[in-house]
Ligand binder design. Structure first.
Ligand SMILES: [Zn+2]
Length: 419
């Protein structure tokens, strides 16, 4: 069999593995609370809060979607015309067109162009956040954050680019196989190291101070059978008023993080409800499953790019002879951008199901639907969320059930449990 035949077979295998993992580990059968209950929850929210959340989300929308469209158009312009390959050549020229210079500097230059065209929209978003009082870091803090995130992307991008094109040189016929394995490994590695290497670039993390709340959270974790070494507090207040919590990392790097804003704004019972939700993610290994699907998806993407990349019309458009050249990187980036936009609603759906399961876990663990509901109200009001967002936007991008869905779920739990 030819390498191409093997690649087709591998892609089929990876696709089946992805479907099996998703079928086994994503809780698909989790119907949302009845719409009537959601509407009842919506009516119970202060009209002013609902209006303000909707106004804020509407203010973000034009810039957000224009940025998406501009990002896509620029990626297509660079990848499906010779513009991008010329840029890679130009950047590599001072180094005699050496493959490594083209691969790393050329690749980073293309990524930088893609970032810079959406920069005005990012600035505009920051101005909206400031106007609505959600941002606390000012323009200098915002610029520092932006430069830091460029630097982090540049480091990770350079490692990935040099690795990818070195593999192509080392195994010109089978690079897709090594590339797929490397991409999967990189996803797993990043899941391990992001919490310890990257998150501290943006925030300071300190163990939650001793006291009754910390003791309650640790004993709840023990009761839940989820070993948690510590609850960490992130100094999120340096850039936002928004409240949040999350769980990240794998094995030894796993941690539950709460924003300092959450501790400041919410009652202890509400913080407990939030942490119970995060323990649900830990208990159901949501980070592990997310990493596994990410790794399989990345491997499948590399093989798919290899197969698509032998399609002559695409190469002709990009002005390259082979997808294996660093000059073809803009073409790869264009294909990945399109795939990302297409995959977004599927990822959002999977995320919403997983989040709904973590909510159910929080309710069962705390047996306090009132605190859960008031926590949802507070999240919605402080973060200026639309409690019941437009259907199309919800389907395309909502990573969490809506506020009214989550309130209705708490009420359904209370009804069933007789509380
Ligand atoms: Zn969650």
């Amino acid at each position: 069999m030819t390498p191409r035949g093997w690649a087709l077979l591998t892609l089929a295998g990876l696709t089946i593995a992805l479907v099996v993992v998703a079928a086994l580990f994503i809780p698909w059968h989790r119907p949302p609370a009845p719409r009537a209950d959601q509407l009842a929850a919506l009516r119970d929210l202060p009209a002013e809060q609902v209006a303000k959340g909707r106004e804020f989300r509407a203010a973000l929308r034009p810039g957000g979607y224009t940025a998406l469209a501009v990002g896509l158009l620029v990626a297509l312009a660079l990848g499906l015309t010779p513009l991008g390959s010329r840029l890679v050549e130009l950047v590599g020229r001072p180094f005699g067109g050496h493959w490594a210079a083209q691969a790393v500097l050329g690749g980073l230059a293309v990524m930088l162009v893609a970032d810079l065209v959406t920069l005005p929209f990012a600035a505009w978003r920051q101005s909206v956040l400031t106007r609505y009082g959600l941002s606390t870091n000012g323009w200098s803090g915002w610029a520092v954050d932006l430069l830091k995130s460029y630097a982090v992307s540049a480091v990770i991008g350079a490692v990935a680019l040099v690795g990818f094109y070195a593999v192509i040189r080392f195994a010109p016929r089978w690079w897709w196989a090594f590339g797929a394995a490397g991409a999967a490994l990189l996803v797993v590695l990043l899941s391990f190291v992001l919490p310890v290497l990257v998150e501290p670039v943006f925030n300071k993390f300190t163990p939650m101070e001793q006291g009754p709340l910390r003791a309650e959270l640790m004993s709840m974790a023990a009761r839940d059978g989820v070993p948690v070494r510590d609850v960490l507090v992130a100094d999120a207040s340096r850039r936002t008023r928004a409240v949040n919590a999350y769980v990240s990392g794998l094995g030894p790097t796993r941690r539950v993080v709460v924003y300092d804003t959450l501790l400041r704004e919410a009652t202890p019972a509400e913080v407990t409800a939030v942490v119970a939700h995060e323990l649900g993610h830990a208990k159901d290994s949501d980070v592990t499953v997310g990493t596994l699907t990410g790794a399989l998806g990345a491997a499948a993407a590399v093989v798919a790019l290899y197969l698509l990349g032998s399609w002559a019309p695409l190469l002709r458009l990009a002005g390259v002879d082979s997808v294996a050249q660093p000059r073809a990187f803009p073409l790869l980036l264009a294909l990945v951008t399109v795939a990302g936009l297409v995959a977004a609603p599927v990822q959002a759906l999977m995320s919403r199901r997983v989040e709904a399961r973590a909510d159910a876990h929080a309710l069962a663990l705390t047996r306090d639907p009132q605190a859960f509901e008031s926590m949802q109200r507070r999240l919605g009001s402080v973060n200026l969320g639309d409690p019941d967002p437009p259907r199309w936007e919800y389907l395309y991008s909502a990573s969490h059930p809506s506020t009214v869905e989550r309130m209705a779920a708490a009420r359904a739990y209370a009804r069933e449990a007789g509380r």
